[in-house]
Design a protein around this ligand. Structure first.
Ligand SMILES: Cc1ncc(COP(=O)(O)O)c(C=O)c1O
Length: 400
């Protein structure tokens, strides 16, 4: 009998779930087509009778997209995944799959600005009530759960303040309340910052993981994508909604993303180690008021980080002394790191939070999200670490 393979993440991200001898291309070709020929009308009849093994139309399924979805599911070690045109398409389609008018969502009070604005400006019009909880008091979350609660939505680490939620504790609280109130709640985490290299929230009992694959999964700042991971039952519900909303992936993006996955672990591990070294160096710099990084023992959630993460991730957030004026001077004086939005690429990117992820928020909302004027998010790339350290040091030297 063949020994059962139990491959780890680096192997799964290259081979997906298909091992052993078989014919065909080594690299999945791009099926750049919107639709598929039927051999004859028996195919159309099969499809009409509910057999979804037939290829019909790329918004429903496409071999290139399916191949990347299988690799993604293999990385997460879960039943299935579904690819979207962007992280926001993944998030909004998932939310609308499980919450309807009259329902309630409990969300972490510190979220990616785009998600927060969608909750604030759109869901209220759909009569979906969003209430917020803090990661510093998860017991309070238990008290907030009601019969109307359909979704618990959170991030860990958060964007850009890198605070953490103790995932195990959150899940325990939710499951206890579910039993008490005889309800079913869908727990959703945005794992864009953590990535499956550093943590697997599904293993800790979270129902659904969403990620902006534009970031570490894509990793080269050349594509937009979103992905949802979960069990087959939940993913098939989301798949149905995605056919209506149409935010589905396209074959070329799926090809690029599939290609990026081959180096996923390599890239994230290098980002992890560069980020930790940079965080340690910046902590000693007098021009820097604060360095936030989950694997620095000065981080308030350091114990949680060590418990649930393998490494601290590729993002370091700093607060430079002198507020937003010095933040501008600092990012404009960098030579290697690029002043650009987004994160998770091979190149180091910096962005001033109040001018990027957290625009259009009131002072009160910024305060609630922990975002300040001097805050600069650094997405640490895979460059040589000494070059990066020299670049950051020379730029900080220019600040008064
Ligand atoms: C944590 C997080 N979630 C979701 C998104 C949205 O992803 P996308 O830009 O791919 O739609 C972003 C984008 O920056 C993000 O940082």
């Amino acid at each position: 009998m063949k020994k059962k393979l139990n491959p780890l993440i680096a192997t799964r991200s290259i081979h997906g779930i298909k091992f052993g001898p078989r014919r065909g291309p080594v690299s999945m070709p791009i099926y750049q087509t919107s639709n598929f020929r039927f051999e004859d009308s028996r195919d159309a009849i099969k499809y009409a009778n509910g057999d979804d093994s037939v290829y019909i139309y790329t918004r429903y399924k496409n071999p290139t997209i399916e191949d990347t979805e299988q690799k993604l599911a293999a990385i997460a070690n879960c039943d299935n995944s579904i690819l979207f045109a962007s992280g926001m398409a993944a998030i909004t389609t998932t939310i609308h799959t499980f919450a309807n008018s009259g329902d309630e969502i409990l969300a972490l009070n510190s979220l990616y600005g785009g998600t927060y604005r969608y909750f604030r400006d759109h869901l209220n019009k759909m009569k979906i009530d969003v209430k917020y909880f803090s990661n510093s008091d998860l017991m309070e979350l238990g008290n907030k759960i009601s019969k109307k609660t359909k979704i618990i939505y959170f991030e860990s680490p958060t964007n850009p303040t890198l605070s953490l939620v103790d995932i195990e504790v959150l899940i325990n609280i939710v499951r206890i309340q579910e039993k008490k109130l005889k309800i079913k709640i869908i727990t959703i985490i945005d794992n864009t910052f953590g990535t499956f290299v550093n943590q697997n929230p599904l293993k800790l009992g979270v129902d659904i993981v969403v990620e902006s694959a534009t970031k570490f999964l894509g990793g080269h700042s050349d594509l937009l994508a979103g992905v949802v991971f979960g069990n087959s039952k939940l993913i098939s519900k989301i798949k149905l909604k995605s056919k209506y909303f149409g935010g589905t992936a396209d074959p070329f993006m799926a090809f690029l993303l599939g290609r990026s996955l081959s180096t996923f672990e390599l890239r994230v591990e290098r980002c992890n180690s560069n980020a930790l070294k940079l965080a340690e160096i910046l902590s000693k710099n007098k021009k820097v008021e604060k360095v936030i990084y989950p694997f620095l023992n000065s981080h308030p959630d350091y114990a949680i980080a060590k418990k649930q993460m393998k490494a601290g991730g590729g993002v370091v957030t700093i607060v430079v002394k002198g507020g937003v004026k010095n933040a501008v001077k600092f990012v404009d004086s960098l030579n290697i790191a690029i002043n650009a939005m987004s994160l998770g690429g091979v190149e180091t990117l910096v962005s001033i939070s109040v001018y990027s992820t957290h625009i259009n928020l009131t002072d009160e909302e910024l305060n609630e999200h922990g975002v300040t004027g001097g805050m600069v998010r650094i997405s640490v790339g895979v460059e040589n670490i000494d070059d990066l350290i020299n670049d950051f040091n020379q730029s900080l030297k220019k600040l008064k």
